[in-house]
Design a protein around this ligand. Sequence first.
Ligand code: BLA
Length: 768
Amino acid sequence: MDIGLQVQTIPSVNITSLKEAPIHISSKIQPHGILLVLAEPDLKILQISNNTLDVFGISPENMVQKRLEDLVDPYQLERIKSGLSEQNLDFINPTKIWIRKKGDDYSVFDAIFHRNSEGFLILELEPAISQENIPFLSFYHLARASINRLESTKNLREFCQIIVQEVQKVTDFDRVMLYKFDDDGHGSVIAEEKIAELEPYLGLHYPESDIPKPARKLFIENSIRLIPNANFEPVEIFPVNNPVTDRPVDLTKSSLRSAANCHVEYLHNMGVGASLTISLIKDQKLWGLIACHHQTPKYVSYELRKACEFLGRVIFSEISAREETEDYDYRMNLTYIQTLLVEYMSQEDNFIDGLVKNQPNLLDLTSAKGAAVCFGGNYTLIGETPKEEDLNFLVEWLKNNVDDEVFYTDSLPSLYPDAISFKNVASGLLAIPISQRNYVLWFRPEVIQTVNWGGDPNKAFEVNQSQGNLRLCPRKSFELWKETVRLTSLPWRFVEIKAALELRKAIVNIVLRQADELAQLAQDLERSNAELKKFAYVASHDLQEPLNQVANYVQLLEMRYEAQLDEDAKEFINYAVEGVSLMQTLIDDVLAYSKVDTQAIAFQATEVDTALERALSNLRKRISETGTTITHDSLPTVMADGTQLMQLFLNLVGNAIKFRSNEPPQIHIGAERLEDEWLFSVRDNGIGIDPQFSDRIFIIFQRLHTRDEYPGTGMGLAICKKIIECHRGRIWVESQLNQGATFYFTIPAGGRERERRNGRNTQNNLFS
Ligand code: BLA
């Protein structure tokens, strides 16, 4: 939620630096105690608060550079020194100290020691209300009683209510609240116990700027904060700068540290006379606060504060546990759905089917109303989603703006304004990138909500300028202010985000496995290609030799024993020689077929005209014998392999002559430019082909006629088809029996690379 502020009057101000001014380094304290900055080991007083004259009757100037032993008697000093030898000073806090005022009068203080980040020993003296230390066991009883009540509560709300009741009972503050932070820093009162006269704050939200970042950060280190009198006059520390570091000391862990002006004003505006605040920390993060208000000043002893802190901690660990159990059932259900989805995915050829085809599906994993799987440029949609066109832009935006393994928002339009147009389906987005442009997306519709604020959050504070100083002033009115929140969806819960992340892992694994399988297929294909080549090589060399041997010996037989052979024997020998010769042609054709290699050809700009001329000159003899006339259109230059193109014409024109009718063959070679390819045709006036066979003729070793009718191996058109496929074109025939035939083939105008990009070969690399 974006809560603005009124800064129009002074636009150039750097609000952040005002909002986030450091508060832990201070030269002032609250006046109800005395603060000493000591150097160890001799406990020399480096600095002291400027209120010693009132309390001890000695001025601070007369105390700095003296030692602690000048203030306390040797017996006490011994006790203190032995306590200071401990690493953890909590054991000696608080220590009762008697300090002699002027004359014989003594004052009793609660002495609280800590070492600050700079290594100084800070001693804070607070007035002791009782002269006795409260034994630890009383903490325990306090906590025990509360916990007994808590154990019987049913839900988190009731539980929180008991916490505030117990703290109220122990401290007797007019109002005790449980304040919970949201992810964006704003917070709300989720439980409250108060005296009847006060207006309730329960359910109200407060903007992030009410408790700025430095204040929240401080609460992580120092979990308890008392302002016993909001009308206090701060006391300076003397000297202001530490003589060793030459700057004010770090008071992060001090309890007397003065409060920021802005906050003091805030307390006044709220009508608060005293406040006690206890931090609640979960997983090293500030989860919330127990905030206590009193209308009049109220002092709380160190021990009681510690007891409250202890109570807060013990009870809060129970809250955390409860929060987790409340999530437990839902979490278990999501885990179950996730297991099913992984199983469905592994059963399908395409994992996406596993995510959308069954019950439960993707939607159930995150309680979304719509989902999209964007994979390899395609979208699979389920439920209510934006249109594909909108998704294209959204995915582009995600790609440019999101690096993480998961992205989620309950207000997509505030980050990506174009989303306003589809707010009804996708005001909330949860997205997991699978790989670069591949995503799974879940959507939630807009849900219009009313939020009750403690005062108008758009006027949370003002920037004031007085005597050249800029300062922030908190709002005066905390009256109920209702906000209607639009363009947001129900928030994604942590368990849902976690489930999405788990699914991501599963999908990445499956996609990787499929990529592996593809690589395996490619490898197998390569191997079988290599085997075919090896076979062709063996066929051409090793088979030809014995074949020649057969032919030679049969012919030798005929020559040597001609006289003894009758006509039948001579005919048989002829058949044998013919068979050998046919086998030789077959071997040559298989070799030619296997050489049309799909991989290793470097295409060049090739004049089709030249390729055709070379083919025709090979056919010269048959052309003249058959009285064939050949005409052609003007032919282009294409990206191709010249030899293969020649071989193509050789086969097609050769066939046109071979399958001629009684007429002398007339063959025309046509060329026509289509949008991004050339369409070639070879038209004849031959015997034609029955259309039912027009596919079969391109299959290897398929023949429509007996070898006696028309000689040949039946490999010619299979070779043509392979050549054209290698050029990323298509080949087909159009014909009617006895009406001539036209063979068509295409060659991409931009060569085979361009055609591949245009999408004929759309198998994208999954991880590119
Ligand atoms: C501190 N503001 C706080 C604290 C609370 C709130 C609980 C911590 C208490 C403490 O340090 O004593 C706010 N108190 C609330 C809220 C409720 C409540 C929301 O009871 C609701 C019921 N505060 C402003 C503005 C500034 C600001 C405009 O509103 C200016 C920057 C500052 N708040 C501010 C600072 C502190 C603070 C600096 C830390 C005070 C300190 O420790 O010095």
